[in-house]
Design a protein around this ligand. Structure first.
Ligand code: PEP
Ligand code: MN
Length: 341
């Protein structure tokens, strides 16, 4: 028993009674008020519930039906929530008609560059700024990010431009400072299965951008989203950023088929990061366009005013002029698939 479908006339008292019953079994309830029906998602190990117990639940006032979900994820599934999840952040909507573009450098390097890039991407139509203050680098000797100082520059660039901030968390101990300075918390590819980190962000009230792991299947990725959602935070945005394959021409293989697959399986918004997907700036624009055509709800694009001097990911960063050109070229593609940008 994973989902309890309520009758149209189920009262608050009925719901309370059902929740109590679930709690008696050591389970929790997640109530979802849809336009058609109210559903209760049963959270916890539901395999222990016997068929007799399940049938007894059917007899409770207010219960119309009881369903099992064969998929390992529930809250993230379309079965549990048919309508697309729409996430509102400071007046911006992710998962609606408008395609939202998150743009900025790989890492926050200093205040001037962050302010410059933020102003430029805003004027080209980006809706969010990004930049890493805590960087997950392959080498421990490489630049690790400015930490809180970087977060302060992001917040300042946000104040100046009015664009909300997306930035990556690596350690649950940084959660308080992240909550203070960011609008969307990014979980990077390398931490997609850092389950303690997922549970921590699941307990907070900020949208989470969950990047696909370097070699994660779509199912594993959705299970990672489920970790966050199981703790109460339903505001999860999935970000395809390329996976490891045998191909070496590109940094990763951008799996654009993940977009329509996810659209079938989950109600969560899906965005695409072609920058990390291909790793070469000359390939970013074509893949960004393909992502929009495939149905992505947004894009994450690395932009740098001086990629030659960038401390990280310069080779995949667009210059502000190239970003501007891309934004205008995306317009007819978005329109062709019934979206705005
Ligand atoms: C990033 O967004 O800068 C980043 C490190 O991405 P990923 O986790 O996808 O490698
Ligand atoms: Mn990067």
């Amino acid at each position: 028993m994973d989902i309890i479908v309520l009758t149209r006339d189920a009262s608050k008292k009925d719901i309370k009674h059902i929740v109590k019953k679930l709690e008696g079994w050591g389970l929790k309830a997640h109530i979802s008020h849809g336009t058609e029906r109210t559903l209760i998602g049963v959270i916890g190990d539901t395999s222990k519930i016997t068929e007799d117990e399940e049938n007894a639940v059917r007899a409770i006032r207010g219960v119309e039906d009881v369903m099992r979900i064969l998929k390992p994820y529930k809250l993230a599934s379309r079965e549990f929530k048919a309508q697309n999840t729409v996430i509102k952040i400071k007046g911006k909507i992710i998962g609606g008609k408008k395609i939202q573009v998150i743009a900025g450098p790989c890492a926050v390097e200093n205040k001037t560059m962050m302010m410059n890039i933020a102003t430029k991407v805003k004027s080209s139509g980006a809706s969010f700024i990004r930049g890493g203050a805590f960087k997950p680098r392959t080498s421990p000797y490489a630049f690790q990010g400015l930490g809180e100082e970087g977060l302060r520059y992001l917040a300042e660039a946000s104040r100046k431009t009015g664009l909300p901030v997306v930035t990556e968390i690596m350690d649950p101990r940084d959660l308080d400072v992240m909550l203070k300075y960011s609008d969307i918390i990014q979980i990077g590819a390398r931490n997609m299965q850092n389950f303690r980190l997922l549970l921590e962000v699941g307990m907070c009230n900020k949208p989470v951008l969950l990047k696909r792991g370097l070699s994660a299947t779509i199912k594993e990725w959705l299970m990672a989203a489920e970790y966050i959602m199981s703790k109460g935070n339903q505001q999860v945005i999935l970000c395809e950023r390329g996976i490891r394959t045998f191909e070496t021409e590109t940094r990763n293989t951008l799996d654009l088929s993940a977009v329509p697959v996810l659209k079938q399986k989950t109600h969560l918004p899906v965005i695409v990061d072609p920058s990390h997907g291909v790793g070469k700036w000359g390939l970013v624009s074509p893949m960004a366009k393909a992502a929009v055509a495939a149905g992505a709800d947004g894009l994450l694009i690395e932009v740098h005013t001086n990629p030659e001097e960038a401390v990280s990911d310069g080779e995949q960063s667009l210059k502000p002029e190239a970003f501007k050109k891309l934004m205008s070229e995306l317009k007819p593609i978005a329109r062709a698939v019934g979206r705005d940008i």
